[in-house]
Design a protein around this ligand. Structure first.
Ligand SMILES: NC(=O)c1ccc[n+]([C@@H]2O[C@H](COP(=O)([O-])OP(=O)(O)OC[C@H]3O[C@@H](n4cnc5c(N)ncnc54)[C@H](OP(=O)(O)O)[C@@H]3O)[C@@H](O)[C@H]2O)c1
Length: 332
């Protein structure tokens, strides 16, 4: 698989990564597919999808434990990307950016992941009670201690409660400017997909101009862009899409022209090319600093998604995607 580099530290990864969240969190059946999830991670490494993106809060903790079972045997083949800063309670999720907590959380992640170093340690969310410089300073200490190789920041797409006229990523850009004063940012993680292209406007160019890597989260539009979901079929109550404004039967039906467009482009590239692969190839085409991390808990999805690294969209394909209708249904 084509390789890409993450940030100034030039850490090299396969162009298509693997988002491990659906194996333990946020999707139907997340907690029921342990063995298949293990096969999925192994398949990703076999195919060169080396960047494995997880977080301590996925599960919570079980996603890192799962990855640890693979890393125990194949650490050298993997690029381990995890996150700190969110704590899962009984009924809610809270941010914790206190330096002492960050140090303890890192040690706990290392233990669960069965490794002595994390390649990319990302701040999942800033703690409004703690100046971000303090949190980032503690993370920088972890780099100096050799427990972490590089630091990343997850974007806050402030949906809802946004000031009129403010950009979706204004708050993230402010945070990035502040933490850059403390220690270099190697990667930013934010949603980027055909139906959520907002990061293209400011965030992606900001990263590119500074040699910062960009991890594209939710590049398949939470599965919608693969064309495998049927409007009206519904989701289990523990599936985040059960509450997502774009996944009501009405909005899924209204957004079908986007999938149809991806299907048309796929057909031009061959009978086996899928809309999901076109969606990932579109993300890959947004810059050499971009690495999509499609989430999956099935090995066959990983095989299909890895195939997107070989799909080169033409200028006409990209223009056709740009001309697709904007997605309907939003948090705003
Ligand atoms: N930083 C953050 O705040 C943040 C937020 C969200 C996500 N993320 C990261 O981004 C990663 C990706 O996001 P995501 O997993 O939510 O969304 P996604 O990658 O857009 O979509 C994942 C969904 O697509 C399905 N899928 C994957 N490949 C498929 C294929 N080839 N054909 C049909 N369906 C396919 C998966 O199904 P199965 O579940 O059945 O495998 C899963 O339901 C996460 O795993 C996580 O690492 C980060």
């Amino acid at each position: 698989m084509e390789r890409r580099t993450i940030g100034a530290t030039a850490l090299s990864v396969g162009a298509v990564g693997l988002g491990c969240m659906p194996m333990s969190w946020a999707y139907s059946g997340s907690r029921q597919r342990g063995e298949e999830s293990l096969r999925t991670v192994h398949r990703a490494l076999d195919l060169g999808s080396t960047l494995l993106d997880t977080a301590d809060m996925y599960g919570p903790f079980t996603n890192e434990l799962l990855l640890g079972r693979v890393l125990k045997e194949r650490r050298r083949e993997a690029f381990v990307s995890t996150k700190v800063g969110l704590l899962v309670g009984e009924q809610h999720i809270v941010a914790n950016g206190r330096p002492g907590y960050v140090r303890r959380a890192c040690d706990a992640s290392l233990r669960r992941l069965q490794t002595d170093v994390i390649d990319l340690y990302q701040l999942h969310r800033a703690d409004p009670e703690v100046p971000i410089e303090e949190t980032w300073g503690a993370m920088a200490e972890l780099v100096r201690a050799g427990k972490v190789r590089a630091l990343g920041l997850c974007a806050v797409g402030v949906r809802g409660g946004r000031r009129p006229g403010a950009g979706l990523y204004d708050a993230t850009l402010r945070q990035l400017r502040r933490v850059q004063q403390v220690f270099p940012v190697s990667a930013v993680q934010a949603e980027l997909s055909v139906w959520s292209p907002e990061a293209l406007r400011e965030l992606l160019p900001w990263c590119e101009a500074r040699g910062i890597g960009f991890l594209a989260a939710m590049p398949l539009g939470n599965g919608f862009l693969t064309g495998t979901l049927t409007p009206g079929e519904g989701f289990e109550p523990d599936d985040m899409r059960a509450r997502h404004p774009r996944f009501t039967a009405e909005m899924m039906a209204a957004n079908q022209p986007i999938v149809a467009g991806l299907r048309r482009i796929a057909a031009r590239h061959g009978p086996d090319v899928t809309p999901g692969q076109v969606a990932l190839a579109w993300v890959l085409a947004q810059g050499r600093h971009v690495v999509p991390v499609p989430g999956a808990k099935r090995a066959r999805w990983v095989t299909e998604n890895a195939g997107a690294a070989d799909l080169r969209l033409t200028a006409a394909d990209l223009a056709e995607v740009a001309g697709l209708p904007a997605a309907q249904g939003s948090w705003d």
